[in-house]
Each structure stands twice: as structure tokens, then as C-alpha cells.
Design a protein around this ligand. Structure first.
Ligand code: ADP
Ligand code: MG
Length: 237
């Protein structure tokens, strides 16, 4: 068996899609193969992350290759880092050119937690990482604030878009986190309007989930075109 296949087998990584990049053997490979900056490697080490988790091994190279990703891995398996790490690498530096990355979370608590994770990983680098709060939404100059990464529930994003307070046309990186919960909570319509507002044709979309109900598969099919599918362990386990 070839090396990639062996590594995938070892970590129960199941893939589908064409030309799927090799899984990571370790975090050092991020620097050696993908030009990851020292600040990020240092933050991983300081957080005590020695080995990538299975979802990180495969989803990070997929997203770094500019491919769309549909990822399913159990709760607690490190999905946040799997999308935040390639996001920070793609953004490279802070900028004042409007919102460049959006992470959609089903609840405010999860959005707040994801924002904290992003900030920890970005430590030492001046990215503008913002949680969409009610106050932020109500501030008059909201649309002019520098913002590299915006983390939000779909409802608040939809509201901001409809009030013309938010321009998402430059977003390069869009994540739907916990997409199974987005469905359970009936938030798909809001998600749809956010996906539409992110009109940049070169956007990289990804969808992360802990389970794989048909509704999530269907959403993945409608919003992504040439996505690599990464599933860890068994379906619905
Ligand atoms: P999920 O979104 O899949 O439920 P999280 O991204 O919330 O999981 O991660 C669960 C926990 O694992 C967090 O406390 C996180 O800091 C930790 N973690 C993430 N990646 C690693 C890693 N490579 N090594 C050790 N711990 C990790
Ligand atoms: Mg998560």
C-alpha cells in the first residue's frame, strides 16, 4: 500500500474526491511543505499540541491546497484547529480591506469559544479577529472596522447583511462549523443568505460536522462543487 493510504488507514481517515493531498505526518511539515510562519508553529507548541489529530492531518492540507472541504469527525477531535490553522496561513497578515474570513457557528456560545481559539492560535500576530456581538452589530461604524476574521451565528450575519452594514463580497474563506446543529436549529435559510452574500468567486468553502445526516450531505452538495470529503472513523459514530 502506498504511504498516504497507510497513514490514512492508521488514523481511520476516509476520503473521497480527486487528487486529495497527502495527510500530514506532523506539524513540522506545515513549515517545511506549506510555508507556515514560525508564530503559528510556536503557538501550537505552546498550546501543547504535539501531533495533529486525524481530522487535522487531512483537512489542513486539503484547505491549504485551495480545495473545498467537507469534513466529518467526532466531537472533541480538534475540528476548530483543522479550519483555523489553514485560515490563518491563507490570510498571512492583518489587513484593512474588509472581512476576509467568516466562521459560522450555530450558537453564540460556540461562536465565542471559536473566537477565543482563533485568538490563541493567532497570538503574536496582529490579526483583527471579531466576534459578532449585539453591540458590534449596533455600532454605527461597524462596516468600517478592520476585520480579518468574523465569527458569528447565521442570524446576526443575515441581519447585518440585510441592514447593509456588512459587505462580504471579499470573503476568501468561509467555514460552516457544526453544520449538523445548524440544521437541527433550523438555521439553514440564514446560512444560505450568508453563503450568497460571500460572492467572491475564488472563495474556499468548508463544512465541518460531527455527524453526517442526509441534510448535511445535501447542503454540502448544494454549496460546494469540487469538495474533498474527509470522514474520520465510521459514519454517524
Ligand atoms: P471539535 O470541534 O472537533 O469538537 P475542538 O476543536 O473543540 O473539537 O477541540 C477539542 C479539544 O482538543 C480542545 O481543547 C483543543 O484545544 C484540543 N486539541 C485540538 N487539537 C489538538 C491537538 N492536535 N493535540 C492536542 N489537543 C488538541
Ligand atoms: Mg467544534
Amino acid at each position: 500500500m502506498e504511504w498516504d493510504a497507510l497513514l490514512r488507514k492508521k488514523h481511520s481517515i476516509h476520503i473521497s474526491g480527486s487528487n486529495v493531498p497527502s495527510p500530514l505526518q506532523n506539524f513540522a511539515e506545515l513549515g517545511l511543505r506549506y510555508g507556515c510562519k514560525p508564530y503559528l508553529l510556536r503557538n501550537l507548541a505552546e498550546l501543547g499540541f504535539k501531533e495533529p489529530t486525524p481530522i487535522q492531518r487531512q483537512a489542513i492540507p486539503v484547505l491549504l491546497s485551495g480545495r473545498e472541504c467537507f469534513a466529518c469527525a467526532p466531537t472533541g477531535s480538534g475540528k476548530t484547529l483543522a479550519f483555523v490553522c489553514p485560515m490563518l496561513m491563507k490570510l498571512k497578515h492583518a489587513s484593512k480591506d474588509g472581512v476576509r474570513a467568516v466562521i459560522i457557528c450555530p450558537t453564540r456560545e460556540l461562536a465565542a469559544q471559536t473566537t477565543r481559539e482563533c485568538k490563541k492560535l493567532a497570538k503574536g500576530k496582529k490579526f483583527y479577529i471579531k466576534l459578532m456581538t449585539k453591540q458590534l452589530l449596533q455600532s454605527a461604524d461597524f462596516s468600517k472596522l478592520p476585520c480579518d476574521v468574523l465569527v458569528s451565528t447565521p442570524l446576526r450575519l443575515k441581519f447585518a447583511i440585510s441592514k447593509r452594514k456588512l459587505d462580504l463580497s471579499r470573503v476568501e474563506y468561509l467555514v460552516l462549523d457544526e453544520s449538523d446543529k445548524l440544521f437541527e436549529l433550523g438555521l439553514v435559510e440564514q446560512v444560505d443568505s450568508v453563503v450568497k452574500a460571500c460572492s467572491n468567486p475564488s472563495i474556499i468553502r468548508s463544512l465541518f460536522s460531527a455527524t453526517l445526516p442526509d441534510s448535511v450531505e445535501e447542503l454540502a452538495r448544494t454549496i460546494m462543487h469540487d469538495a474533498v470529503r474527509v470522514i474520520i472513523g465510521r459514519k454517524n459514530s
